[in-house]
Structures are given as structure tokens and as C-alpha cells.
Design a protein around this ligand. Sequence first.
Ligand SMILES: Nc1ncnc2c1ncn2[C@@H]1O[C@@H]2COP(=O)(O)O[C@H]2[C@H]1O
Length: 381
Amino acid sequence: MSVQSEQGKKYLSTKVTPIFEKLVVELVKKQPEQVVPFMIQWLTQNQSHLEGGHHHHHHEHSQNESASDSDDESVEDLVDPQILIKQKQGKTMRTSVSAEAYGQYNQKSAFVAKNIPKNANQVLRIKQRLSQAFMFQSLDENEQRVVIGAMEEKKFKAGETIIKQGDDGDELYVVDSGLLDCYKEKANQEKILLKTYKEGEAFGELALLYNAPRAATIIAKTDCILFSLDRPTFNHIVKDAAAKKREKYEAFLSKVEILHDMIPYERLQIADALHSHKFSKGDYIVKEGENGNSFFILEEGIAVATKVMQAGQAPVKVYEYKSGDYFGEIALLKNQTRAANVIAESDCTVVSMDRESFKRLLGPLEDILRRNFHKYEKYIN
Ligand SMILES: Nc1ncnc2c1ncn2[C@@H]1O[C@@H]2COP(=O)(O)O[C@H]2[C@H]1O
């Protein structure tokens, strides 16, 4: 088996590198004078933990999960990405700076993305799907090229299982065509349908982001074409940015009232789709009368809405926003121009998503958003 073979690379990335990383962290922390004896001692001491640890942990995890499974559990309770995020944060904190430094060294020296030959049509289709899948939207051109090279087209027949809950996972998928059902299997083998995936959506990212077993089962509902991305390429190109974004926004989004009834997993997808913008006091975030293509949530600061109430007169203040409030929804839902200005009253940080993401992710909230129009009632036509 050569180091460059797929098998060799997989062996290195799953079995060897994790141990090296921990060892390097210990070395940097302790900085022993005698390096080799220290390494031998550390490896000997931690042998069982290092080699058995991964799977042991998985079993513990699923046992805990099923122990807490009960029949009256709501879908919201089925998955708690918070737990996974905490796990991940714990890990990040323990190894922090030194592991990152090793990670960077390791990336540059050892990582060669696989490159699967493709025709122009395939490249075009992948490009289009990547531009729709939230997690890939912020890749630069070079990163995109590497991801496209590494992706592999896979066909599945209706009824085939692509991901089985509880398995170890090494790939993430983007849907090119077809429909797939995502189920959560409970301890009593009952299956709950969580959602149906269609083209441009991605799944299977949790196992790669959090080194966790597959959290759900995915079955082709119709014949499907998928593009799969391998773990090493995902790790090197997409993972850090995606994980950081999810961590960064999860706490904030869980406090946003309008998103309150979403399951945590859906809020993580919103995090993938957000872009952050800073405004200085006095800046216009939205201008009355312009075409609008974004939805906004105020993250930090205070903003006010103003509106011209009588032709020829100065706009008057009609609403005030604080952290967690949203705006910009009316133009998107009613397909009209902006009904008011929104102006930064202090320095502000605002997160936004485009019209397409808004439709896909907040579509289920449309009724609530429309009901909430009443807060502006006297100001909109
Ligand atoms: N509510 C949910 N909880 C967990 N996974 C979900 C949920 N909805 C969709 N999924 C997807 O199902 C996938 C199963 O494999 P992963 O755990 O790798 O990643 C998971 C997500 O991409």
C-alpha cells in the first residue's frame, strides 16, 4: 500500500494522523528535552485510549442516545447539535493553538486532494449545485476547483440507502437530481421522517464536521444522482469555515425569537447561509423604494426604520430594532420595493441571507412572518 494510494491516505487520515496530532500537542505543551523517550512513554501510557478510544466513544454515545429515547419524544429532541458543538469546542479548547499549528503544517506537507476526471457537463452541474448548497457558497475559485476535482458522481436507485444512522461516515453528498428522504430511527426501530432533500441540497456533513456517527438515515425516494465529497478534501477545504460559522451563529440564532420553534439542525443550516456585514452609525442598511433581495437579522447594535409618510416631507421614525430582530422580509414576501429605510442608529453588525436561501430556509415560517406584518400595519400599504 503506497502513501499516495486512496487506501494509504485513508489509513493515514483515520488511524495515524489523529494520534500524531495528540502527540504533537503534548510535545508542544511539555517541550521535553529528550523527545524520543518522552514520545515512547506517552504512547505507551496512552496506548489503549488512543487505539480503542474512537469506537468505544461511539458506542457510549449511541447507548446514551437510546437510553434517553422515549416514545413521546418530539422531533426537536431527537438531535441536539449543541451536544456535538460542545464536544467539538471541548476538543478545540484542549488542543487549541498547538494543534492548529500542527494542522497547518500537516495540511501543506501531506494533503493532496484527489482528482477524479470529469467532462465539461459534469463540471458545470457540480458548479451549479455548489452555488446552491449553503456550505459551499463562500469558497473562493481555487477552493472550488479543488472541491470539483475531488467530487465523484454517484447514481442510486429509488429505495437504496445512502447513509445509515449509527454508521461511521466518510463522505458528504450534494444532490444533483432526484429526491431523498431523511429518517431518524428510534430505539424501537420506528422511523421518523425529518425531511426530503432535493437538488442543490447537501447532507451527510454532521459526521464529518463533528467526527460523530451518522445522525440519521438517508434513503433515495426516486432514482438519484449525487456528487460525493471525501472526508480529507472536506476537512482541508470546507470544514473549518463551516464549523466556525455554525459555532459562531448557533448561540445567537437560538435567541432569535422568530427562529425559536425550529429544530436546532435547521438553525445550523441557517448559519451556513448567513453573511455578516458591519455598518457605522448613520449608514443605510436598507433604502426605501429600492429593490430588495436580502433578509436581515440585527446581530449587534440598534437600528431604526424610517419612512416618508407624506410626499415631500422628511421620513419619520416608524420602528426600532435591537439584537435578534429581523427586517427586510416584506419586500421578499410581497415582491415589492423596500417599504422603509433601515438606518444604523449605532455601529451595527447585521447578518443577511439572499432571497433564495430565505425561501428555502424560512419558507416554513412564512405564515408567522406575515402575521407579524401587523407591527407595521399603519405604515405599509
Ligand atoms: N434533524 C436532523 N438531525 C440530524 N441529521 C439530519 C437532520 N436533518 C437532516 N440531517 C442530515 O442527515 C445526515 C445523516 O448523516 P450525518 O449525520 O453525517 O449528517 C446528517 C444531516 O446531513
